[in-house]
Design a protein around this ligand. Sequence first.
Ligand code: PA5
Length: 377
Amino acid sequence: KKSCDILVVIGIGGSYLGAKAVIDALSSSFAWLEGDKPAIVYAGQNIGEDYLYELQALLKNKKFGIISISKSGTTTEPALAFRLLKTQLEEQQGKEAAKRLIVCITDAKRGALRTLATQEGYKTYVIEDNIGGRFSVLSPVGLLPIACAGLDIKALIDGAEQMMQQCGITTPFEENPAAIYAAARNSLYQEQGKKVELLVNFHPKLHNISEWWKQLYGESEGKDGKGIFPASVDFTTDLHSMGQYIQDGERHLFETVISVLEPNHTVSFPHDDANLDGLNFLAGKRVDEVNKMAELGTMLAHIDGGVPNMKITLPKLNEYYIGQLLYFFERACGISGYILGVNPFNQPGVEAYKKNMFALLDKPGYEAESAAIKARL
Ligand code: PA5
C-alpha cells in the first residue's frame, strides 16, 4: 500500500547512483506518470538552488517520504538537502507524522546523520564498515529504494549470488567473466594505449547503469597518475553526436557494449500502402530487429575504425540479470584495480574539493585553509 505519493531518495555518489541505475533499468520509462507506485525523485546529488526550489515546489502539499542515505553521515550535499526537505515535511505533516515518513541509512555509530536519526527517533538501516559507497548497491543503500520502487530485490540478490559463484576464486580464469573482463581492459590499456573505455548500451533504460559504472571504475582506478578513463554513450542516440569522434577521432578508445538479447515488450512496424516514407522494407519487423542491426553495424564499423569492442550480453532486463551485471562489474573492478597496481577500495582524491569548499565557506576548523585559499584569489 502506498503511504506516500513521492519518495525522495537523498544521497550522492555511491549513496544514490546504484539505486537510480537499477530503478531506471527496470521501471517503465514513464513510471513517474503512471502513479501506481510512489514516484521516486532524488536530492542531495547536487547543490543546485533551482533544482531544490523546483523539488520543494513539487513536494508542496504532497504526501512524500524521505530516505536519507550517507555512509559517513557528514557529506555536505545530502545533509543540505535533508535539512531543507525534513523541515518541509515537518511543516506539512507535523513533527510526529514526519518521523514515520523518514528513514536514514548510515553508519552504525559515527556521523551527524546517525546522531540526528537517534535524537529524532527515525527508523535506520546500517551501512557496514567494510562496504565502500560505490560497492553498496546490494546493501540497504540500494535495496531499500529499489524495493520501494516495487522491484523484486530477492531476485536481484539471487542474480548477484549466482554471479558471485561464477566469479569465485576457484573458478578457472577462462570461465570467470570478471577476471576475463578485468584482464582484457588492462591489456588494452597497457599494451595498446587505449586510455578511454566507453560503456555502450543500445537500450535507453541502461543510461544510469553507465553512470553507476563510471563512478565504480573512475573512483576505484583513477589514482597514482593511472587509470582508464570511464566514459559512456547511449546508442543509437549518441551515434548522432559522438559517432564521428568514435569512428574517426583519436584512437585511444575501446568499447564495452551491453547488449540486451530480448526486450520485455513487442512493437512491430505497420505496412503502409502509400509508403511515402519508404519504410515498407521494415513492415512486419520488430523495432528490436532494427536496433539489433544498428548494434551489429556499429560494432563492425567501430572495429574497422580501430576501436576494439567487448560485448556483455544480458538475456533480458529483469532483476535477476541486473543483479548478475552489478556483481560482475563490482568483482571485475576489484580485480582490475589490482592488475593496474592501485588500491581499488580507497578514494583519496575526492577530499580535495571538499577542503577548498569548506575553506571558502569559512567552516569552523578551517581557519588556516581559509586564509591560504583566499590569498590565492
Ligand atoms: O563511493 C564513495 O565512497 C563515494 O561516492 C560516496 O558514496 C559519496 O561520496 C557519498 O558519501 P556518503 O555516503 O558518506 O555521504
